[in-house]
Design a protein around this ligand. Structure first.
Ligand SMILES: CC(C)(COP(=O)(O)OP(=O)(O)OC[C@H]1O[C@@H](n2cnc3c(N)ncnc32)[C@H](O)[C@@H]1OP(=O)(O)O)[C@@H](O)C(=O)NCCC(=O)NCCS
Length: 174
């Protein structure tokens, strides 16, 4: 059992964090199939460009997920809007052998700490394919509410499927 409280850290991602493993997860259909990344071919150069773009952005923060200093996935806080104090959250644990051990739940909780306490935002949204049961579960475990459904929003393995929109307001009573 991993001691997540002491060993899980989110840190702004830099190009020195790119490894063969990172490039491989981004090209692994099992990892990306519930995300728009499934349509892209990822290379060291494309990932370097992505990290640089996010590093320079005023509206997005790209964090690496690290366990015992090993990079295992990413969290993107995007569309940061200081007028409305809102943002969007997305996440990916690339090392699929670590799925199902509570890491995703803990990652969302750490991301909420950054969003509400460091960035001082008050509303966060996250989109999720209707069949991504693991992702739906970790949002609900962190008190997100299902706020809407974008009907037949995406192509998924030959079918049109819905995207659920989840949201959480800082301090919301559940
Ligand atoms: C989604 C993701 C972040 C979940 O991370 P994780 O570390 O496996 O999450 P946790 O272990 O904290 O929790 C997963 C929960 O969902 C449940 N779950 C996982 N797959 C499930 C499935 N197919 N059906 C039902 N429940 C499922 C687990 O049993 C667990 O529930 P529990 O805490 O009650 O046991 C991870 O699978 C991932 O990165 N997937 C690839 C990228 C992705 O889908 N990103 C999200 C895009 S919206």
């Amino acid at each position: 059992m991993i001691d997540l409280e002491n060993n899980l850290k989110l840190k702004i991602l830099v190009k020195e964090n790119i490894t063969r493993c990172y490039i491989d997860w981004m090209n692994d259909y099992e990892v990306t199939k519930f995300t728009e990344q499934r349509f892209e071919k990822h290379t060291k150069e494309s990932i370097e460009r992505f990290i640089a773009e996010k590093y320079e952005s005023n509206t997005d923060e790209l964090h690496g997920i690290f366990i015992n200093n090993r990079h295992i996935g990413n969290v993107l806080i995007s569309s940061i809007d200081y007028n409305n104090l809102s943002c969007n959250l997305s996440y990916l644990i690339g090392d699929k052998f670590l799925w199902g051990q509570g890491i995703g739940t803990c990652v969302i909780s750490e991301a909420l700490n950054i969003i509400f306490n460091k960035l001082r935002l008050i509303k966060v949204s996250a989109g999720c394919y209707e069949n991504n049961h693991g992702s739906i579960k970790i949002l609900q475990k962190n008190n997100f509410l299902k706020e809407g459904i974008r009907k037949n929003q995406v192509n998924f393995e030959g079918k049109r499927i819905d995207v659920f929109i989840f949201g959480l307001l800082k301090g919301a009573k559940i």
